[in-house]
Design a protein around this ligand. Structure first.
Ligand code: DNO
Length: 348
């Protein structure tokens, strides 16, 4: 197969072992990161070497990072941004030295992905991550003490309030300006190192609590890619993140960007969308959700996609417990299904 099947591993503390990951048929690459260093600090070469060796000892290749986090000061365009971008570049160089070919990151202010519940039980007893507008309504992080699942717990409530106010004042155009500055410094370094930077879309792809979000839709993806027109400035096209909004037609977006060679990484998962914008994460199979996963893979296969793919968020099934979205069983089923689709479409 052309594409490179991969699996996210959260390091030594991950309840899913590299040995088990290596037992999934067709598993090639490990997607990981140095998790014990705060954003804005340099990763030690020893840490990268250790991840590389652990993967290789299990017959796996460590060549994808998810993520090198972008410090909030860079996104906010503070005076420390220049120095922090230099640190970011140094981390890219170090990763490349240990064999990394693709670095995933996001430009979401304050919070990464947002859901209202992490363990919604379905009729079959499995659980998954959901976003219910009903649960979100009426929450105001500036006045309420809220703590949504998936948010960085290291911020105090006061700090979160301060950041939210700063981002509201910055606005979308301010955030674009800071992204532009970041890309113009980072992408040339990635090019030198033969690394493809893969931006993860905002999840969900619309503003939350008046915080601007810009990696959301076709127009904005085009704008982001045109800032530096290079394959090193590419997408991590996450089907679930973009696909929970009705304005994004995922097969069409995949077709457009794969033809331009601007997809470095595919996160493949399915979501079931509701009229009011709520959504539930489901099993990967097309018939389980609103996305036509078979069609998406068909387009990738028929266009000779040779970038990275990983099964994204799985449900918790068969009594497994662990990191929400990141258990072994349902993601392994997802990998097997995606491999099957690629094999079928590549063989025509
Ligand atoms: C969620 C993940 C994201 C992703 C980052 C990339 O499960 O896909 O947290 O890793 O947004 O920086």
């Amino acid at each position: 197969m052309n594409m490179k099947m991969s699996f996210r591993w959260y390091g030594e503390d991950d309840p899913v072992s590299l040995k088990y990951i290596s037992q999934i048929p067709g598993m090639r690459s490990v997607v990981s990161a140095v998790y014990d260093v705060a954003p804005g600090k340099v990763w030690s070469e020893e840490s990268l070497e250790r991840i590389k060796m652990s993967c290789e000892n299990n017959g796996l290749i460590f060549d994808v990072i998810e993520s090198i986090p972008v410090h909030e000061d860079i996104k906010l365009g503070k005076e420390t941004a220049d120095r922090l971008i230099d640190v970011y570049c140094e981390n890219i160089r170090r990763c490349a030295k240990y064999g990394v070919k693709c670095v995933t990151y996001n430009f979401m202010p304050v919070f990464d992905w947002t859901r209202t519940q992490l363990d919604k039980e379905a009729n079959d007893g499995s659980t998954s991550l959901v976003m219910y507008m009903e649960q979100l309504k009426g929450l105001n992080p500036l006045t309420d003490d809220i703590d949504l699942p998936g948010w960085d717990a290291s911020y105090s409530k006061e700090e979160i309030r301060g950041l939210i106010s700063a981002y509201s004042a910055l606005g979308e155009e301010g955030l674009w300006k800071n992204l532009e500055k970041f890309l113009k410094k980072v992408i040339p370094v990635a090019e030198e190192c033969d690394v493809r930077m893969a931006i993860h879309p905002d999840d969900p792809p619309y503003p939350i609590f008046s915080i601007p979000r810009i990696i959301t839709c076709e127009k904005n993806l085009d704008r982001m890619l045109s800032i530096v027109d290079s394959p090193a400035n590419s997408l991590c096209l996450c089907t679930g993140s973009l696909g929970c909004a009705s304005f994004n037609d995922i097969p069409r977006l995949v077709e457009k960007y794969v033809k331009k060679d601007r997809i470095a990484f595919m996160h493949i998962r399915n979501v079931k969308n509701f009229e009011d914008g709520s959504f539930e994460e489901t099993a990967h199979l097309s018939s389980c959700g609103s996305l036509d996963v078979a069609e998406i893979v068909k387009i990738l296969a028929q266009n000779g996609y040779d970038g990275y793919v990983r099964p994204d968020h799985g449900r918790m099934i068969w009594g497994e417990s662990g990191k929400p979205g990141y258990g072994l069983y349902d993601r392994a089923l997802g990998a097997a299904y995606i491999n099957g689709l690629f094999e079928a479409y590549e063989k025509g």
